[in-house]
Every structure is written in structure tokens, then in C-alpha cells.
Design a protein around this ligand. Sequence first.
Ligand SMILES: [Ca+2]
Ligand SMILES: [Ca+2]
Length: 140
Amino acid sequence: MSVEVLDGATIVNFVEDEEAFNLAVRHRFGNLDTNHDGLLCYAEMLKELQSLRVFETHYGIDVKLDPEEIARVYDSLFVQFDHDSNGAVDLEELKAETKRMMLAMANGMGFLPVQMVLEEDGFLKKAVERESTKIKQLLN
Ligand SMILES: [Ca+2]
Ligand SMILES: [Ca+2]
């Protein structure tokens, strides 16, 4: 985990950089697909769903949720990724849904930079890294 400052544009630039984004999704997919069958089942997707941190509040207050409620939310998130409803998430589905979610997040953030705690190796972290490499290249 690390604290980074990012804004909507950083995310949009990353998602629209086909090469960088595809590479990040493929890398993520490979990490999640622990049995290497080219598909993510629910158990494999759980790690990704948890990293979306839907239960984190913005105010640092821990909400107590019962496990059934949490399972229901993860179920509905999984269905959102599984576009063709075959019970597994393939690379294209992961890519499409990650893209959609990141763009939605960027929309919500607008142009004001916000400070966020980012997971190492997560998509947002990659977006920030990509942006800072680009800035360094411009400065050189
Ligand atoms: Ca698998
Ligand atoms: Ca599917």
C-alpha cells in the first residue's frame, strides 16, 4: 500500500493507452487465474472484487456488515463482470469491466486531485506510475 495523489485525467489517460492498459489487465488476469485455465471463477475473482474496496467508507468509519450482505454484494459484482453469464470471467470481460469501472471512477473524481491509499500492483497504482514516467520523460 502507498499513498498517491491522482485525478480523473490520470485514470482516463491510462485506460485509453491501449498498450499499457492491456498489459496491466493481462498481468492482473495472470495473477488471479491461479489454476491457469484462462478463466476466472468466483473464488479467483474474489481477490479482485475485494481490491475494489466497495466497503471502505470515505470517512474512515468502519461499518459493520454481516457476512451475508457482503457475499451478496460480491455476487452482484461478479455478475457485473461476467457479461455472458457463463459463470466465469475471461480476459475480455475483465478488461471491459475494469475499463468501465475506472472510467466511472474518473468521472466521479473530476479534475480535482485526490489522495488515495493504493494497493501495490493495482490498476490505479499503475495509472499513477504511468503518469509519473511520462512526466519524467517530458522533463528530460
Ligand atoms: Ca482459473
Ligand atoms: Ca463470462
